[in-house]
Design a protein around this ligand. Structure first.
Ligand SMILES: Cc1cc2nc3c(=O)[nH]c(=O)nc-3n(C[C@H](O)[C@H](O)[C@H](O)COP(=O)(O)OP(=O)(O)OC[C@H]3O[C@@H](n4cnc5c(N)ncnc54)[C@H](O)[C@@H]3O)c2cc1C
Ligand code: SF4
Ligand code: SF4
Length: 395
């Protein structure tokens, strides 16, 4: 059993450990700190204590075997093909593999093992684990999870990455729980710490008000789901990957009968758009939002919005950019009346060039904008529309 130990002889009763504890697990009794049974072993108090009176002990049994090797990416595909997030993870996986001199492997399951086997030649993939089956992965999620669990236990990867799609968010926890490891969900950044060799998995925490970097030191694989659109796809000169076919018995009855499937294509074009206008609460009204849409159409750009516009019913959720919306990576982005809250910035950090228009010269969005325009975004939109119309009438 792991446990929080407070050395009461060492404790000087300074109370510095009490307030930082996120679950109020520490109390002062008779001038000494005591743990009240609520501890979640986060370790914050260990660092807070100035006299090193607090330690967290772990039994050897709880520390798993960490001598695992290789970086794996689970490939998700739909009826159209491999999802962009899978290529994003493969490119990120290649980068991590280079840092650690590891092998990069992808896992292809179901009918995709045949259909997409030749699609990874230009992404630096070393190996493909192909687990064949005559079905689409969405039809047999339990089976797919079990297949991944089986090969993970057998082949012991160091890192396993899965896209944070609806499917990936359901698949990853099943795998993590079954192989007894941790899972960092919805990551926006991954990095190998060259000193410890651990995967540093960064994701928004505490309602998006800060970014937390999480490691998994005692168990393998180090598992993360990663948000679509936050990593960059990069082609690299590479050899054709080695294909390793893995047999799996799909006949197991998981107690679920599939009655019918209804396929709906993800029509989201914002993730792929090169030029996006994003409207924030500063546009002032649903009518003005239409004006920004008009400008977007004239410029050949797509339109996204900040969350308040969805909350106000001016726009639909599918257009929301940010931590709880979608992440975008356009070449050019113009922000109209956006303050630049951290939850919004989480969705636009990959934009190449950002132009921000805001009446407040101190607005945080200006901190990340390449071009800052202090002014009324509605007036500026009207003038731009006029200028475009005039130019067209001259042609
Ligand atoms: C858990 C959580 C998740 C969240 N997820 C998201 C998310 O996914 N996406 C998201 O966007 N937000 C998200 N939010 C909300 C986020 O915290 C902000 O409240 C939101 O991004 C603010 O949107 P805004 O910039 O449009 O509005 P405001 O913060 O109200 O800013 C409006 C800006 O417009 C400027 N302005 C006013 N009038 C004009 C004018 N005429 N011309 C030019 N500028 C003008 C103002 O100076 C101001 O800077 C989340 C919050 C939480 C707690
Ligand atoms: S380890 Fe974390 S949860 Fe436990 S007492 Fe310390 S601060 Fe609180
Ligand atoms: S911070 Fe350390 S010394 Fe201070 S009360 Fe807590 S355990 Fe005792």
């Amino acid at each position: 059993m792991s446990g929080l130990k407070i050395n009461t002889d060492q404790c000087v009763g300074c109370s510095q450990c009490i307030q930082p504890c996120p679950v109020e697990a520490l109390e002062m009794i008779g001038g000494k700190a005591y743990e009240n049974g609520n501890c979640i072993y986060c370790g914050i108090c260990v660092n807070a204590c100035p006299v090193n009176a607090i330690t967290i002990e772990k039994s050897k049994k709880e520390n798993g075997d960490v001598s695992h090797h290789g970086i794996w990416v689970f490939v998700e595909y739909d009826r159209e093909g491999v999802l962009p997030v899978s290529y994003e993870l493969i490119s990120e996986g290649r980068r991590l593999a280079n840092t650690q001199q590891e092998t990069l492997s992808v896992i292809l399951v179901g009918e995709g093992a045949n259909r997409f086997i030749n699609g990874f030649n230009q992404y630096g993939v070393d190996q493909i684990y192909a687990i064949n089956g005559d079905f689409h992965i969405y039809e047999k999620e339990h089976g797919v999870a079990n297949a991944i669990i089986e090969i993970t236990k057998k082949l012991k990867p160091n890192i396993l990455l899965i896209g944070a799609t609806a499917y990936g968010r359901s698949l990853a926890p099943r795998v993590a729980a079954s192989v007894n490891t941790g899972l960092t969900a919805d990551c926006t950044e991954l990095k190998i710490n060259v000193e410890t060799g651990l995967l540093e998995q960064t994701r928004p925490a505490f309602g998006g008000n800060l970014m937390a970097t999480i490691t998994c030191p005692n168990h393998r694989p180090q598992m993360a789901t990663v948000r679509p659109g936050v990593m960059t796809i990069q082609e690299v000169a590479s050899q054709k990957p080695k294909v390793i076919s893995i047999p799996f018995n799909w006949s197991t009855d998981y107690g679920i009968t599939l009655l019918s499937t209804h396929y709906e294509k993800d029509t989201h074009s914002l993730r792929e758009a090169d030029f996006i206008l994003v409207a924030g609460k500063g546009v002032g009204s649903a009518k003005n939002l239409k004006l920004i849409k008009q400008l977007a159409d004239k410029l050949g750009a797509s339109l996204g919005v900040s969350r308040p516009l969805v909350d106000l019913g001016w726009s639909e959720y599918q257009y929301q950019i940010g931590q709880t919306g979608i992440s975008i990576a356009p070449k050019r982005l113009i922000a109209f009346g956006i303050s630049g809250a951290i939850q919004h910035l989480a969705g636009i950090s990959k934009a190449e060039t950002i132009i921000a228009i805001n009446t407040d010269a101190e607005a945080p969005i200006f901190g990340i904008a390449d071009y800052q325009v202090v002014g009324d975004c509605v007036e500026i939109a009207k003038q731009l529309i006029e200028a475009i119309d005039q130019k067209k009438s001259l042609i």
